[in-house]
Design a protein around this ligand. Structure first.
Ligand SMILES: NC(=O)c1ccc[n+]([C@@H]2O[C@H](COP(=O)([O-])OP(=O)(O)OC[C@H]3O[C@@H](n4cnc5c(N)ncnc54)[C@H](O)[C@@H]3O)[C@@H](O)[C@H]2O)c1
Length: 500
């Protein structure tokens, strides 16, 4: 049951925290200041470990190591095949150590252990194998141009990549950033989220074991305003990739523009519609809409956080969604059968509770949930609001928690218009058996991903990214390679060519 699980005794993770120092130039080292900060267990708010607190000086050290590794090699000078083999060896090591990695991920983040172990670790390894496959297939073109010229393009690595990742998927965000950057032959300084520094260090250790040369992947833990800002504004960083909130994305873009104009890829927030049409199989639609919102404690940038339901099936849908949310199993994420763990930290917990209060005050109907579970950690009852109107705060802002908002609609044009009336454009779900409806709506929606009769499908080959204020650029798939390449046109005059 929902309310008692969190009060049960805490399960001890079967893993030791072995790496808490910054990874710079192939060595685990203390921060220059000697400072550390605690990373907390979201189940209890208690300290898991003290981790090196990197700041501007450590970012400088890491960028210097990455610059040297890029300019002097061996990484960009290795054959692409050799680079691909390092990525493949890394993926093998990830599988060998999947239980340690999954335990650390769950401990630091609060997500169900089964999810870490059976969904995220396999996706993590798969992504590195996918980009290992690209490493030796990145090449330029031979181009026919007017005049006596031989023209070709070189697809060069862009240089030192700065990468800043969030706490909701610490390992997967690491993979989406590091995989393509390494496949293209770049070197990296990655800053982890202050809430979840542990798994990146462990992965960094595995990369060294896999034969990644020193300085190619540097990992700095620390806070956004210090370490993050130093990385974004560094004059010797050639490319920046960021995932996190839209507000921070704006800051980052400014820092990049005001320093050396480094190109920036942004993956930001969302308020993604999940649209259920009248012909849908209601039981399946309820389950999928539930998953689309509640997966990962509702802490997904692409969460289906506006559930639009056709008026003909609305009442049944609301009733069944409420019943499903009441059945959701919340508790210690290390316990078998748990579907939902705690929110990441006190700040996020308070933010979600504030939005629940706002939903109630704006006269949405609270169908179920709405409270904290227990008095320890950051567990929140699966919460469902119905009668949600477009102008309510809970229908406009990214809540990033286990709060489903159900809205009623009556025809296709209306729902397309309302679904697009948001500053965001990350993803959307369309649930219908009608092919014409599916085709029409998926083309009309202003979103980087449209899932039709499915949701949260994150295969390594599928590009992901946002329209509008959900960001720019795409990660995963072939598209992500462009983020980490520089295109050089080489034009050579030809003397008496046989043909042009
Ligand atoms: N799109 C996503 O995947 C995603 C992930 C996490 C959070 N969020 C949203 O963001 C909200 C706030 O969460 P948050 O505060 O952890 O997100 P955030 O965007 O502030 O943090 C993400 C990363 O950016 C870094 N950062 C923060 N300020 C920075 C700065 N000035 N310069 C450089 N780096 C900086 C952080 O240290 C972290 O590594 C959440 O409630 C949620 O709505 C979205």
């Amino acid at each position: 049951g929902t309310s008692s699980a969190a009060a049960e005794e805490i399960i001890n993770p079967s893993v030791q925290v072995s790496h808490t120092q910054l990874l710079i130039n192939g060595n685990f080292v203390d921060s220059a200041s000697g400072k550390t900060f605690p990373t907390l267990d979201p189940r209890t708010g208690e300290v898991i470990a003290h981790v090196a607190e990197g700041d501007a000086e450590d970012i400088n050290r890491a960028v210097k190591a990455a610059r040297t590794a890029f300019d002097e090699g061996p990484w960009p000078k290795m054959s692409a095949y050799e680079r691909s083999r390092v990525l493949l060896r890394f993926a093998d090591l990830v599988e060998k150590h999947s239980e340690e990695l999954a335990s650390l991920e769950t401990w630091d983040n609060g997500k169900p252990y089964q999810q870490s172990l059976t969904a995220e670790i396999p996706m993590f390894a798969r992504l590195f194998r996918y980009y290992a496959g690209w490493a030796d297939k990145i090449h330029g073109l031979t181009i026919p141009a007017d005049g006596n010229y031989q023209v070709h393009t070189l697809h060069e690595p862009i240089g030192v990549a700065g990468q800043i990742i969030p706490w909701n998927f610490p390992l997967l965000m690491f993979a989406w950033k590091v995989g393509p950057a390494l496949a293209c032959g770049n070197t990296i300084v990655l800053k982890t989220a202050e809430q979840t520094p542990l798994t990146a260090f462990y992965a960094g250790k595995l990369f060294l074991e896999a034969g990644l040369p020193p300085g190619v992947l540097n990992i700095v833990s620390g806070f956004g305003a210090t370490a993050g800002a130093a990385l974004a504004s560094h004059m010797d960083v050639d490319k920046l990739a960021f995932t996190g909130s839209t507000d921070t994305g704006k800051v980052i873009l400014g820092l990049a523009a005001n320093s050396n104009l480094k190109p920036v890829t942004l993956e930001l927030g969302g308020k993604s519609p999940f649209i259920v049409f009248e012909d849908a199989d209601i039981d399946k639609a309820v389950e999928l809409a539930h998953f689309a919102l509640f997966f990962n404690q509702g802490q997904c940038c692409c969460a289906g956080s506006r559930t639009f339901v056709h008026e003909k099936v609305y009442d049944e849908f609301v009733e069944k969604s409420k019943a499903r949310a009441l059945k959701r199993v919340v508790g210690d994420p290390f316990r078998k059968g748990i579907e939902q763990g705690p929110q990441i930290d006190l700040k996020q917990f308070e933010k979600v509770m504030k939005y629940i209060k706002s939903g109630i005050e704006s006269n949405a109907t609270l169908e179920c949930g709405g409270d904290q579970i227990g008095d320890k950690g950051y567990f929140i009852q699966p919460t469902v609001f119905s009668n949600v109107k477009d102008d309510m705060l809970i229908a406009q802002d990214e809540i990033f928690g286990p709060v489903q908002s159900i809205l009623k609609f009556s025809d296709v044009d209306e729902v397309i218009k309302r679904a697009n009336e948001t500053k965001y454009g990350l993803a959307a779900g369309v649930f219908t058996k009608n092919l014409d409806t599916a085709n029409r709506v998926s083309r009309a929606l202003k979103a980087g991903t449209v899932w039709v009769n499915c949701f949260d499908v994150f295969d390594a080959a599928i590009p992901f990214g946002g329209y509008k204020m959900s960001g720019n650029g795409r990660e995963k798939g072939i598209y992500s390679l462009n983020n980490y390449l520089q295109i050089k046109a080489v034009v050579t005059a030809l003397n008496k060519p046989a043909w042009i």
